[in-house]
Design a protein around this ligand. Structure first.
Ligand code: INI
Length: 161
């Protein structure tokens, strides 16, 4: 059977990481997890660039601009939205999810989604531990895999060994 090659080797790949400052304590932990994962997978520090934005609502514009720049093989987005007592939560979540999808769709560059949408701070903290289970790590790995897969999909599949 033929298939498209899968790889989690980040060596030689370039990444932008867009991270929002709102709920900074937790988003900084997501960033630490993402940067550590990219490093472990072989990305050079010089090939990983970080863009801080004020809140999750601002993530899509930054992600789209960076994805369209031609400077990156993939873009990672990170943020933390915590439910309050008003519908504001829903609007910010909707803007972030739709906008990140749109950034990938219009540019063709993989943009992975690491915006936590939680009911409370404890739920968010549980998704940002130092090691295993850190969502920043998970979306960074997804970015590596998609950065490898996206160009491979342009060519015919290869015979499995
Ligand atoms: N932004 C977040 O990233 N997380 C939140 O929980 C949040 N809440 O709760 O309001 C939030 N709001 C700010 C928003 O993302 C924009 O930065 C702001 O509206 C300016 O455009």
């Amino acid at each position: 059977m033929k298939s498209y090659p899968v790889s989690s080797d980040a060596s030689g790949l370039r990444f932008a990481v867009v991270v929002s400052r709102f709920n900074h304590l937790i988003s900084a932990r997501l960033l630490d997890g993402a940067l550590d994962e990219l490093r472990r997978r072989g990305a050079a520090d010089d090939d990983v660039h970080v863009a801080w934005v004020p809140g999750a609502y601002e993530i899509p514009l930054a992600a789209r601009t960076l994805a369209a720049s031609g400077r990156y093989d993939a873009v990672v987005t990170l943020g933390v939205v915590i439910r309050g007592g008003t519908p504001h939560f829903d609007y910010v979540c909707r803007a972030a999810t739709d906008g990140v999808l749109e950034a990938a769709r219009v540019t063709g560059v993989p943009v992975t989604f690491g915006v936590l949408t939680c009911d409370d701070v404890d739920q968010a903290l549980a998704r940002a531990p130092e090691g295993e289970g850190n969502k920043g790590r998970e979306v960074a790995l997804a970015a590596v895999e998609m950065a490898r897969l996206a160009p491979a999909l342009e060519k015919p599949p290869v015979e499995e060994p």
